[in-house]
Design a protein around this ligand. Structure first.
Ligand SMILES: [Zn+2]
Length: 343
């Protein structure tokens, strides 16, 4: 039995308490433990990585030095990433993805949301890589090329959880609108990157009624206000932005009241360690309290992605992590002990 004690992050906020775990199940929850705690810290539900591109993990092995230029590296169809994905063989991509899935499982993540490139084949590759892993997923796919083929979109929606487009600037607006419409009709998720390297027209984007947007690094206060009024949540990826010399304006996002979740973005750029992102925010952004930051990797992404929250109750699976109060590094992860230098 392992006894965790400290402050438990519930849906309504922090509460002092303890959790005793037996095997992989929660044995007891309460206010004051009778046992001496094995670990003390912040007890949070297993985190979610709200934005990944696991498919490009293999590229890190191929190229040691990636250009820090958004256009050159990741813009479709001619960015290095897309050319390499196009030419790579299936097993190379799958092995890269599996390595990242292993890392995420080791970090105790409950689920991730991936923007998968490569059309139907892209979905199949990710699903094949996921065999044998016990981690939840929201797979957002996209058409193989930047043109509309309604049949292809219908097929993508049959085999994935929705659509995640690169950005509006890559698309003919009418085509993007049709894709969004078809996705909504099928009651699936429609999401996209927005205003990452350049500011894009927020009204055009919001007219597509996205389920959520990723980045908004170049959005103005007015743009963010529009996003807030439409109640569209936003995913930020600070370490990936930093790689390209960008920074999410989290101060303005806080001011406008946007609901924020966190992702790690391209696997070739940042590892999927979501705790590194919250540490980045803690260090670099002063407007959030800790509870708000921890919500960005627990409750906010669950609401945004429609992932059910399992209560921290006796008899339930121990889907939780305890973080050190100073370093915010995980001390104990869902049935697995970690050494201090991990995370
Ligand atoms: Zn992305």
């Amino acid at each position: 039995m392992i006894c965790l004690a400290g402050r438990i992050l519930g849906i309504d906020g922090f509460e002092k308490g303890y959790v005793i775990i037996k095997g992989k199940k929660i044995h007891e929850v309460g206010k004051i433990p009778a046992l001496k705690p094995d670990y003390k810290g912040y007890i949070i539900p297993s985190p979610i990585n709200a934005h990944t591109h696991l498919g490009d993990a293999f590229i890190k092995k191929r190229l040691r030095k990636l250009p820090r230029d958004l256009e050159k590296l990741v813009a479709p169809p001619k960015g290095i990433k897309h050319l390499l994905l196009e030419r790579a063989d299936r097993s190379e991509i799958i092995n890269g993805i599996r390595e990242k899935l292993m890392e995420m499982e080791g970090l105790g993540l409950a689920a991730f949301c991936d923007f998968r490139e490569g059309g139907i084949e892209g979905i199949n590759i990710l699903k094949e890589a996921m065999k044998g892993f016990d981690i939840g997923s929201v797979i957002l796919s996209r058409p193989k090329s930047l043109t509309l083929d309604k049949r292809e979109v219908e097929d993508l929606l049959k085999t994935s959880d929705g659509i995640g487009l690169s950005s509006l600037s890559d698309w003919n607006y009418d085509d993007a609108r049709k894709i969004a419409e078809i996705t909504r009709r099928r009651k699936k998720v429609f999401a996209m990157h927005a205003s990452e390297g350049i500011r894009e027209d927020i009204d055009e984007i919001l007219d597509l009624k996205p389920s959520f947007l990723v980045h908004l690094t170049k959005a103005t206060e007015g743009d963010l206000e529009r996003v807030r009024v439409e109640n569209v949540p936003v995913v930020v990826c600070p370490r990936s932005n930093q790689f390209f010399g960008l920074r999410p304006n989290l101060e303005l996002m806080k001011k406008t009241g946007i609901e924020i979740s966190i992702g790690t973005d391209n696997a070739m750029i940042s590892d999927p360690d979501i705790y590194k992102e919250i540490r980045w925010i803690r260090r670099n952004v002063k407007v959030f309290d800790l509870e708000e930051i921890l919500r960005m990797i627990t409750y906010n992404p669950r609401r945004m992605l429609g992932i059910k929250m399992e209560e921290m109750e006796e008899g339930k699976d121990a889907n939780l992590v305890i973080l050190d109060t100073k370093s915010l590094k995980p001390l104990f992860i869902s049935g697995r002990e970690v050494s201090q230098d991990e995370g």
